[in-house]
Structures are given as structure tokens and as C-alpha cells.
Design a binder for this molecule. Structure first.
Ligand code: PLP
Length: 379
């Protein structure tokens, strides 16, 4: 059997080991240290924001953002429905209630129309959400101008979940820098990885100071151990931050590789009637973390799960698009606002979308193997 081809796996650049060695040589294994400071500063500079706080996971970064925004029991938080569950789990950690917002066709991300209707609905009851979590799916930025205009009009803060869109841009500005807070993930499958880790970014450096305080068990300034609020153990290790510094050096190279993979799929599979690709909205630049196709069941005879099985039989990993959160058993009963009449856009994408192998280490020959299987089954 030929080597397994993966969706997205860790791809080291070479300098990661150098930064790890520095941590070892200075015994800055823990706590924190120069790699954490360096990683924060280098990432903040890369995305063009005032500051960054390195944490143990993207999920932890979302939790801190909601905490800083005062989200608590009895509050509601609006959240994109078409996403990984980690976008919404912190809403539950805080004891708040999520309200899910559908996607639109131009970006597959949060629909401004659905968001507007959700706001009008709750404003009529006089109960606005405490925050809006906007996700940028598979590297593609959401329609940030339209979404921010609505949130600003209602004076509700935005947390931008850019876990999948590091390095992408919207009208020339880096994804993750539009809301009050942005978050990135360095989980093993993301475009760059620290094996596990995340980053909270903001132009509010005082808020980031508070985030670091909360992320290190909220120790008051005293000689003894004193605590006035409940904190968390959410900081990133100095060793792992060293991996992040090395990875950041090759991020633009990874984006170029991911985009080349997407182009090869588009140039080959694009000729099949019934196959379309995740769009790239005008004036945006996607890191193409994952290449995603949509199969029109009226034109493609084979069922989606049979395509995934056919790939798997050839030792190729492929997956459906995220199952919308409003369809998840754990969120049963939560409110959902669809884009329009009829079936929700996110539900159609879940039924028709496939994430294809987009591993930046994948060779052209390996990708040809994927294309051959798809040509045979879809054509
Ligand atoms: C990966 C991911 C997260 C969570 O990041 P972790 O670092 O794994 O906690 C959050 N949101 C989205 C959209 C993700 O893809």
C-alpha cells in the first residue's frame, strides 16, 4: 500500500529545533521565557496588531476573549454555525447560550443577512448578545465589512475565530485583526503548528495584559499566593513557543504551497460538470488551509460518503465539511438563523462539501493519485 496522504499534517521548516535548543541551553523550559515573548511579538508584527498573548490552545484563546468581554451565565453569544465545535465550546464554559448564524454562498462564512435578522429579533426583546464569534472557514475570510457594520451598530464586540485563516487577508488587512479580539490555533493540523497552542490578539494591550494574568492562575501582586478572581492555566510553554517561532518563518511559504495545491485541483477537477470549489471572495486572499469542493447531486451520480470511502480505500484522507453546530446533538434546542427561505446554506454545504488532502508536504505525484481517484469516481 502506498503512503497515506493526509488532509493537513505538521510541516517543520528547519529552525524550530534552533529555538527549542535555545530554551534547553538557557534552561527556560518553563515558565514562559524568550520564545514566548518572541513568538508573541513576531506574530503580532506579522498580522499587524498591537499585541498577542500565547496560550495553550485556540480554544483557550476564545475562552479568554469571552471572559474579558464579561460573558457569563444568562448571556447569549452569536456564533457561526458552520465550524468546528471549538468555536462554540467556550460559550458553554462561560455558562452562556449560543445562537447560531447560517453561512452565505460567497464565502461559506457568516451571513450578514442572517446576522441582521438575529439582531433585529433579540433587539425587539431588548436583550442583545454579549459577543459575536465570527469564523473564517478553511482560510477564507468572512464578509468583515458587512458583519462589523452590523455589530458596531448594535455596539456588540466581535471575537474573530481565525484559527484556520492565519495569513489570509480581507481588503489587504490580515484575517483575525478586525474584531475586538482575534484568535489563532497552532493545533497539529493547522497551517502552522506548535503541536498544540493558540494566540489571542488585540489592539487593546491592557486587555491582553489581563488575559495573561487570567491565563496564569490570576495571581495578585503579593509576596504570598493571593487570588481575587478565578484564573486558568492557559499559557503556552516556552519550548512549544520555540516551534512556533520557527514555523512563523515559513508561514508564507506554506500559504504558497497550499494555494498551489488548490490550483492543481481546480485545473483538473474543475472540468468535471457538477464539481465546484470553495470561492475566494473578491479583494480577499485565502491561505487555502484546506481545498474544499462541492458536489452537485443533480450532476454527480456517486454519493458524498462513497467518494470519501473510495479515497480512503486508496489510503487517502478526506472528510465532509464541518457538521453545522445547530445540528449537533449537544446544541439541540439552540436558536438558529438561516440565510433565507428553504434549506440552510450551511446544511447544503455539509451535505455536498468534501475537504480534500491539502498537506503542504504532499508531492505533485501524491496529489495526482488523489486527482486520479476523484476523476475515476466523479467523471
Ligand atoms: C482548530 C480550531 C479551533 C480550536 O483550536 P485548538 O487550538 O485546537 O483549540 C477553533 N476554531 C476553529 C474554526 C478551528 O478550526
Amino acid at each position: 500500500m502506498s503512503e497515506r496522504i493526509l488532509l493537513s499534517s505538521p510541516h517543520m521548516g528547519g529552525n524550530e529545533q534552533k529555538y527549542i535548543n535555545e530554551a534547553f541551553e538557557t534552561n527556560w523550559i518553563a515558565p514562559l521565557g524568550t520564545n514566548v515573548d518572541g513568538f508573541e511579538n513576531e506574530l503580532a508584527e506579522y498580522v499587524g496588531i498591537q499585541g498577542a498573548a500565547a496560550v495553550s490552545a485556540g480554544t483557550a484563546a476564545i475562552d479568554l476573549a469571552l471572559n474579558l468581554l464579561g460573558v457569563g451565565a444568562g448571556d447569549t453569544v452569536f456564533c457561526s454555525t458552520l465550524t468546528f465545535i471549538a468555536s462554540a465550546n467556550p460559550i458553554m464554559y462561560r455558562g452562556a447560550t449560543p445562537v447560531f448564524i447560517d453561512s452565505e454562498w460567497d464565502t461559506w462564512n457568516m451571513s450578514p443577512q442572517a446576522l441582521e435578522r438575529a439582531f433585529m429579533d433579540v433587539a425587539a426583546d431588548g436583550k442583545l448578545p454579549k459577543a459575536v464569534v465570527i469564523v473564517n472557514l478553511y482560510g477564507q475570510s468572512a464578509k468583515m465589512d458587512e458583519l462589523m457594520e452590523i455589530c458596531n451598530r448594535y455596539d456588540v464586540a466581535v471575537v474573530e475565530d481565525a484559527a484556520e485563516s492565519l495569513g489570509s487577508t480581507y481588503k489587504g488587512k490580515k484575517s483575525g485583526t478586525f474584531g475586538k479580539y482575534g484568535i489563532y490555533s497552532f493545533n497539529g493540523n493547522k497551517i502552522i503548528t506548535t503541536s498544540g497552542g493558540g494566540m489571542l490578539v488585540s489592539d487593546d494591550v491592557d486587555a491582553l495584559k489581563q488575559a495573561r494574568f487570567l491565563a496564569t492562575q490570576a495571581r495578585d501582586a503579593a509576596k504570598h499566593y493571593q487570588h481575587s478572581v478565578i484564573g486558568y492555566n492557559y499559557r503556552l510553554s516556552n519550548v512549544l513557543a520555540g516551534i512556533g517561532r520557527g514555523q512563523l518563518e515559513v508561514l508564507d511559504e506554506r500559504i504558497a504551497q497550499k494555494r498551489a495545491i488548490f490550483e492543481r485541483y481546480e485545473n483538473t477537477l474543475g472540468s468535471i460538470d457538477g464539481v465546484t470549489f470553495m470561492p475566494e471572495l473578491e479583494d480577499t486572499f485565502s491561505n487555502r488551509w484546506l481545498s474544499v469542493i462541492q458536489l452537485d447531486p443533480a450532476k454527480i451520480a456517486i454519493a458524498l460518503y462513497d467518494v470519501i470511502d473510495a479515497l480512503n480505500d486508496e489510503n487517502i484522507e478526506a472528510r465532509p465539511v464541518w457538521k453545522p453546530l445547530h445540528l449537533q446533538p449537544v446544541f439541540e434546542g439552540c436558536k438558529f438563523y438561516a440565510q433565507g427561505e428553504g434549506k440552510a446554506v450551511s446544511e447544503i454545504l455539509f451535505e455536498q462539501g468534501i475537504c480534500l488532502p491539502s498537506d503542504s508536504k504532499m508531492t505533485v505525484e501524491q496529489q495526482q493519485r488523489v486527482i486520479d481517484v476523484l476523476m475515476k469516481n466523479l467523471g
